[in-house]
Ligand binder design. Structure first.
Ligand code: PLP
Length: 385
């Protein structure tokens, strides 16, 4: 089996596991305890926070550990929207049509259940939120804008520094979901200029079930989990010490090895894009041709059932992903793909291939040999029906 789905999740780096292991048994203390068991655990969490802060170029007390990228998005949106409305009465939320559901569903809930107003920012044909789109949407009543750094389905990278500046010029808080971006892109919050940024461990060879939210000093959030005073009283609950340690180590390694990892995946990715477009009729690259994640290739094929293609690829030994949310039955095309302007006959045939540290040129060649035949087969089945 060849794994080509690193945007869904990654295996945990052995060095990360080694860093985590002592905190399950030897150093199992609760960081909130006064005694030495507690102190040891507390210093591990402190060191992890420093490590994350060093990668983000921020202060350690601007990092909130959470249980996942989704939780970070929830805390950012709900926490900031509520606090901002309490302070200023502002009640508009701006977000894009290509956000991960952790952002878009949270924004929708804030509109439906909590009386906020929601405006969707348009994206261009590459799924990019432009400065113009944001400038057009801002108003005196806007509380918060949330635009993802890099898109998980189509790989497009948004111009976050430009967008954050526009938000600040209009006294609007700016959040970015960097869960998919952090594996390859610079997450220096000074350069990005964001107020809030979400990260999730399992997208960069860390464990599942741990994430972080960067909260710029002075940004008010309504606490998310109330209880003990952990995480600066924003997120109660006994610290998940081994996972926090693993998260920090994985992020540190991602930053340290960024160039090497990029250099490994990018030529493979470029080879996939070139070959697929050349060998498969009626195929198009989705997302931006240049401003995209270096490990990410995504396509649509006209008149192809994407889910059927996925099943056939799986049977042939390749693990990839399609854009659509459903696995079986009568799936609707992905909202991200349709927001790019593709009609149904194209949008249903989406395919995402994402590479990682263990991807090899031989794997890619095997894949490129099989794919055109399988696409033809799925197209034939459709006609036979
Ligand atoms: C994976 C992902 C999430 C969710 O992160 P979890 O840690 O799985 O909850 C959010 N946003 C983006 C862009 C993602 O790729």
């Amino acid at each position: 089996m060849i794994y080509l789905d690193y945007a869904a999740t990654t295996p945990v780096d052995q060095r990360v596991i080694d860093a985590m292991l002592p905190y399950f048994r030897e150093n199992f203390g609760n960081p909130s305890s006064i005694h030495r068991y507690g102190q040891k655990a507390e210093s591990a969490v402190d060191a992890a926070r420093e490590k994350v802060a060093a990668v983000l170029h921020c202060r350690a007390d601007e990092i909130i550990f959470t249980s996942c990228g989704s939780e970070s998005d929830n805390l950012a949106l709900r926490g900031a929207a509520m606090a901002r409305r309490n302070d200023s009465g502002r009640k508009w939320i701006l977000t894009s049509k290509t956000e991960h559901h952790a952002v878009s569903k949270t924004a929708q809930q804030l509109e439906k259940e909590y009386g906020f107003q929601l405006e969707w920012l348009d994206v261009n044909e590459y799924g990019e939120v432009t400065s113009e789109a944001l400038k057009k949407a801002v108003c005196d009543d806007t509380a918060l804008a949330s635009v993802m750094y890099a898109n998980n389905e189509i790989g497009t990278i948004n111009p976050i520094a430009e967008l954050a500046k526009i938000a600040h010029d209009n006294n609007i808080l700016f959040h970015t979901d960097a869960v998919q971006a952090a594996a390859y892109l610079d997450v220096n919050v000074e350069k990005l200029g964001v107020d809030l940024m979400s990260l999730g461990g399992h997208k960069f060879y860390g464990p599942k079930g741990v994430g972080a939210l960067y909260v710029r000093k002075g940004t008010k959030l309504l606490p998310h989990l109330t209880g003990g005073g952990q995480e600066f009283s924003l997120r109660a609950g006994t610290h998940n010490v081994p996972y926090i340690v693993g998260f920090a180590e994985a992020l540190h390694l991602a930053a340290e090895e960024r160039d090497a990892r990029m250099g490994h995946v990018k030529p493979l990715r470029d080879h996939i894009i070139g070959q697929v477009l050349e060998t498969i009729p009626d195929s198009r690259l989705t997302g931006h041709p240049e401003s995209r994640l270096p490990n990410h290739a995504s396509f649509v094929f006209k008149d192809v059932d994407g889910n059927l293609l996925m099943q056939m690829l799986d049977a042939a030994g390749f693990a990839c992903s399609s854009g659509s949310a459903c696995k079986t039955g009568n799936p609707e095309p992905s909202e991200v793909i349709t927001s790019l302007g593709y009609s149904r006959d194209w949008a249903l045939g989406s395919l995402r291939i994402t590479l990682g540290v263990d991807s090899s040129p031989a794997d890619v060649d095997d894949f490129l040999k099989s794919l055109p035949l399988l696409v033809e087969k799925v197209r034939g089945l459709r006609v036979a029906k």
